[in-house]
Ligand binder design. Structure first.
Ligand SMILES: Nc1ncnc2c1ncn2[C@@H]1O[C@H](COP(=O)(O)OP(=O)(O)OP(=O)(O)O)[C@@H](O)[C@H]1O
Length: 261
C-alpha cells in the first residue's frame, strides 16, 4: 500500500441527496483520515447507507464534492472508485455459495488480473505463476483475518462470523487504500462481533482509510477513534468517543427524547 505524506484521506463536503420529494442527506461533510478507524452511526433511516453509497459512487448527491487524497471523485462510479483503491462491503453477506472461501477471496483479485478467459483452459507458464501468486495473496488475506483453516470450505458450512471475515479478506486482497464497511456486525452474535472488532483493529495501519457504518453505538465506541453521527440526514456531531458520548444532541437522539423538545 502507498500513501503520500500529508494526504487528506477520503473527504465528502456539503453532500446533499434527495429522492423525489424526500431529502435524505442535507449538507453533510466528513473526513476519513488514513490510520484512523472512523465510525458512522445514527438511528434507522438517518441516511448512513445513503452517505456510504455516495462515498462508493453508487449514489451521486445533487450537491457537494468528494475527493480521495485530493483527487476529485465526483462523477466516478463504483468501478472507477474501486480502481482508485476504495473498496466496500455490503450489508448482506455476498459470497458465491458454490465456491470455497479461498475462491471467493480470489474473486477480489479478478479485476486486477491480466489473463483472459483462454488461459483458464490453456495457461501459459506466466499465467500459471500469476495464478499461484493470486492464491498466495488470497491465503495471506484469510490468514490475516484468522480464518485460513476454513479456506477450502464452502459458505454453507460456515458460521456468519467466518463469512463476514471472509468478505473483509476479499476486500483487503486487492490491497485497497480505503475500506468502507456497511454494518459489518449485522447478524453476528456477541463472540463473532468481538472477533470482528479484533480483526479490524489488527488490520489497521497508518496508510489505510477505514470506515465502519453501524447502528451499534457500543461497538463503534469501542472500535473507533473518530465518530460521526447522522440524524434525519444531518450530521449532528463528530469527535472522539468521549466527545460523542457527552454530546447533548447525541444523547437526545439515542435516549429518544426528541419528542420532548
Ligand atoms: N434509492 C432510494 N430511493 C428512495 N429512497 C431511498 C433510497 N435509498 C435510501 N432512501 C431513503 O433514504 C432514507 C435513509 O435511508 P438509509 O438506508 O440511507 O438510512 P440508514 O441510516 O442507513 O438506515 P438503516 O440503519 O435502517 O440501514 C430512508 O428514508 C430511505 O427510505
Amino acid at each position: 500500500m502507498m500513501q503520500a505524506a500529508g494526504s487528506h484521506g477520503l473527504v465528502a463536503e456539503g453532500i446533499s441527496l434527495g429522492f423525489g420529494g424526500l431529502q435524505v442527506l442535507s449538507d453533510v461533510s466528513m473526513t476519513l483520515r488514513p490510520g484512523v478507524i472512523t465510525g458512522l452511526i445514527g438511528p434507522n433511516g438517518a441516511g448512513k447507507t445513503s452517505l456510504f453509497n455516495c462515498l462508493t459512487g453508487l449514489y451521486h448527491g445533487q450537491r457537494g464534492i468528494s475527493s480521495f487524497d485530493g483527487m476529485p471523485l465526483n462523477g466516478l462510479g463504483p468501478a472507477q472508485r474501486a480502481a482508485c483503491g476504495i473498496t466496500r462491503s455490503f450489508q448482506n453477506l455476498a459470497m458465491c455459495p458454490d465456491l470455497s472461501l479461498l475462491e471467493n477471496v480470489l474473486v477480489g483479485l479478478t479485476l486486477k488480473r491480466r489473463s483472459g478467459w483462454f488461459s483458464a483452459f490453456v495457461p501459459t507458464p506466466a499465467q500459471w505463476m500469476e495464478q499461484q501468486e493470486a492464491e498466495r495473496r488470497a491465503m495471506a488475506a484469510l490468514n490475516e483475518l484468522g480464518i485460513a483453516s476454513a479456506a477450502h470450505e464452502t459458505p454453507s458450512d460456515l458460521p456468519p462470523g467466518t463469512l463476514r471475515l471472509a468478505e473483509i479478506a476479499r476486500a483487503i486482497v486487492s490491497e485497497p487504500r480505503a475500506i468502507l464497511l456497511d454494518e459489518p456486525a449485522a447478524g453476528l452474535n456477541a463472540v463473532e462481533t468481538r472477533d470482528l472488532m479484533r480483526a479490524l483493529k489488527r488490520l489497521m495501519r497508518s496508510d489505510l482509510v477505514l470506515l465502519v457504518v453501524e447502528h451499534d453505538m457500543d461497538l463503534i465506541m469501542e472500535l473507533c477513534e473518530q465518530i460521526y453521527v447522522l440524524n434525519f440526514g444531518k450530521m449532528i456531531a463528530n469527535g472522539t468517543p468521549a466527545e460523542i458520548r457527552a454530546h447533548p444532541d447525541v444523547i437526545r437522539v439515542y435516549l429518544g427524547d426528541d419528542a420532548d423538545d
